[in-house]
Design a protein around this ligand. Structure first.
Ligand code: SF4
Length: 452
């Protein structure tokens, strides 16, 4: 039973100091904060960082807009968390055990999106640990995608012939409870050093089949702008690499990071695509919209890869709101992932049928642009498999029986393999005079007769 507890809800910032995890001199070079766009008081709850003024009203805008301040003041202990979210003594004791295995990290910005009074809050479920991470913790695997096996040099995963993944750090501003790389959390924060980066680049230079490089982590935007640009510019010098992609959740959990300086750096080295990870419509705040727009204006297209999570976004209604909201901020809903079978995430996983039903419920009820591809990332590195409702009820060589989103049935003539009459047979039909052919209309459903 939940006991009544008194919540202080007054945030005490930590003393200003360098983040311990950033071991290089980069912390000194990190960007100034951007100006703050005040939340419209008439916005509905949840659409803005509604709890900023409830929890952080004494924090000056200059600090609130500084991503380094948020990083330094992440909520990383259960005692800190209990100052904002109602937790009984028993729950606190359980969560302390959970965090010994799976640590906790929430940015003040993301915390401000949580409704602390709703035990089933979908934002909270992504950020706040659950005792189920341990009680169901033997289900699944630590590394179901076998990422370690495909590492060709430390930090470089080369699984597909034309693509490679550079893991630049294991640090993330927030630790998402559904993370596929949860196994890495207890190894502490690291950033690849220069010799490791150079070894990865050398591999890329020697493998001309690689056309597409994905910067990943952790979160690669944990690196300073200077370091990131140094890496990106060296990738750009490799002539056979066409595309650079960045996988980051910063636009969702700490949009302050996407400042003008970063966007100016990215704009010099395109084509760069950025894939981010919005899971719920309440994450689409004005701040998030602003930085996605900033990226787009810098020539960086933004795609969204969400993860289907129980109690977070596992309904048609929520997915419609999320994906239509993404289109409104000009972000393309790209993938909806079935949650990987990672240990410590089972309580958030849904049956595969849920994802298929969601896609079915969206199709026909919104623009096709708003419908992501539902995929399973196969175990043992088998790659992504798209899944969708079955609209083909029967099929022969000549005809398909299809159903539409309303359940109505339609016959569809199948043109077959050979779309045109045999060219050799028709060659003799040409007159030497070269007069144009007369094409007679189809005499039956499958044939076009050509005669001179
Ligand atoms: S941002 Fe991505 S890598 Fe980092 S904890 Fe969240 S899901 Fe994992």
């Amino acid at each position: 039973m939940r006991t009544s507890i008194k919540i202080k809800r007054q945030f005490i910032p930590r003393p200003e100091k360098r983040p311990a995890e950033l071991k290089s001199s980069e912390a000194d070079e990190e960007p100034p904060g951007r100006s703050y766009t005040s939340a419209d008081p008439e916005e509905p709850p949840g659409k803005t960082a509604a709890n900023r003024h409830r929890f952080f009203e004494h924090i000056p805008d200059a600090l609130w807009n500084d991503w380094r301040w948020h990083f330094r003041n992440r909520i990383t202990t259960v005692d800190q968390l209990a100052e904002f979210i109602p937790l009984s003594k028993e729950e606190q004791a359980q969560l302390k055990l959970v965090t010994m295995r799976y640590p906790l990290s929430i940015t003040p910005y993301y915390l401000s999106l949580i409704d602390p009074d709703n035990p089933d809050d979908p934002i909270k479920k992504q950020a706040v640990p659950s005792s189920l991470e341990i009680t169901m913790g033997t289900i699944g695997q630590e590394d179901p995608l076998a990422e370690k096996e495909d590492s060709v040099v430390p930090g470089l995963v080369h699984r597909y012939p034309d693509r490679a993944l550079m893991v630049l750090t294991d640090i993330c501003p927030m630790l998402c409870r559904h993370c596929t790389r949860k196994r890495e959390w207890r190894h502490g924060g690291w950033v690849r050093n220069e010799s490791e980066i150079e070894a990865m680049l050398e591999y890329l230079r020697r493998n001309s089949g690689i056309k597409d490089v994905i910067l990943s982590g952790g979160d690669p935007l944990m690196l300073s702008n200077r370091r990131l640009e140094s890496i990106i510019s060296r990738i750009r010098e490799i002539r056979h690499i066409e595309i650079i992609r960045i996988g980051t959740r910063f636009p969702v959990v700490l949009p302050q990071r996407i400042d003008e300086e970063l966007c100016a750096a990215l704009s010099k080295h395109g084509p760069i695509w950025l894939n981010t990870h919005f899971n719920h419509p309440r994450e689409l705040t004005p701040q998030a919209a602003e930085v996605c727009d900033r990226l787009l204006r810098s020539g960086v297209p933004v795609n969204n890869q969400s993860v289907l999570l129980r109690g977070v976004n596992d309904s048609v209604e929520t997915q419609l709101k999320l994906c239509q909201g993404l289109l409104r901020i000009k972000v393309r809903p790209y993938y909806l992932f079935q949650c990987d079978e990672v240990q410590g995430t089972e309580h958030l996983r849904t049956p595969v049928e849920t994802g298929i039903k969601i896609i079915e419920g969206m199709r026909g009820h919104t623009s096709g642009l708003a419908i992501p591809t539902f995929v399973i990332d196969l175990p043992q590195g088998g790659g992504k498999v798209p899944l969708q409702p079955n609209y083909v009820l029967s099929q022969t060589g000549k005809e398909l029986l299809l159903r539409n989103y309303q359940g109505n049935l339609y016959h569809y003539r199948n043109p077959g393999e050979q779309a045109y009459p045999d060219l050799a047979a028709t060659a003799g039909l040409f007159r030497e005079s070269g007069s144009p052919l007369e094409v007679k209309g189809a005499e039956d459903a499958d044939r076009v007769v050509v005669r001179s």
